[in-house]
Design a protein around this ligand. Structure first.
Ligand code: 5GP
Ligand code: MG
Length: 218
């Protein structure tokens, strides 16, 4: 894990995955809020390709008994993971959406999974793969998987990019896992704090001031 000094944080601005599309001069305060990079965008990209390879092999036509595939990202955190993953899975698929909130606003611990909405389309007979950014208490998958089953899916599998190294997460059944990480609050690559930081390309921890101060980054 990289611990960032102030100057290293500044040099983040030069890293290819951290390029500000508006040019070098305007760097959002959000980069100064980073404590350390837990997983770089290069490692994420490599892992996403590996996961996609496994998922593609497991959903080959002879394994589907004529059924079709539906991918269900859990919004909003799984949005970026889903976008990258599905472009590496060369099979016909439909996308359904589930919106769940468990870290509302400025929470850094789960407040319990709340199903806020769904736009699943026709799940009946589909082989559904539920995607989430991170597995923590298991409450989110515990709410979504039964709901997808109840909608008539032929099979439901689960995939998370991250899993926190804590007993409740390690004991939650999940079919595909990207990285096991320490039990810390992380943001970036879709994960937020108060809806900010989702657009960071790396998965990072935040400086305590960024959380305690409830500072807004732009
Ligand atoms: P669980 O329901 O398993 O406790 O937690 C999963 C959900 O909580 C994820 O979909 C994500 O929205 C949120 N979550 C859990 N841990 C973190 C974290 O470290 N950072 C952020 N930003 N969200 C988290
Ligand atoms: Mg979530």
């Amino acid at each position: 894990m990289e611990r960032l000094s102030r100057s290293a944080t500044a040099s983040l601005r030069m890293r290819p995955g951290a390029v500000n599309p508006h040019g070098r001069g305007i760097f959002p305060a959000m980069y100064a809020d980073i404590d350390r990079i837990l997983i770089s965008h290069e490692r994420i990209a490599e892992k996403v390709r590996q996961l996609a390879g496994q998922i593609t092999a497991d959903h080959a036509p002879d394994k589907l008994n004529g059924g079709e595939v539906m991918i269900v990202p859990i919004m909003t955190g799984a949005m970026i993971f889903c976008a990258d993953l599905i472009r590496n899975i060369p099979i016909a698929m439909q996308i359904g959406l589930m919106t769940v909130s468990s870290y509302p606003g400025q929470s850094v611990r789960s407040q319990g999974a709340q199903l806020l909405g769904k736009k699943l389309g026709n799940v009946r007979g589909r082989h559904v793969l539920v995607l989430d950014d991170i597995l923590d208490s298991g409450g989110t998958l515990g709410a979504v998987v039964p709901a997808v089953r109840a909608a008539g899916a032929a099979a439901v599998k689960t995939c998370v990019l991250l899993r926190k190294n804590r007993p409740v997460a390690m004991q939650t059944p999940v079919d595909y896992v990207g990285f096991d990480i320490p039990d810390e609050f992380v943001v970036g690559y879709g994960l937020d704090y108060n809806d900010y930081y989702r657009n960071l390309p790396d998965i990072v921890t935040l400086r305590p001031q960024a959380i305690a101060g409830q500072k807004k980054s732009t």
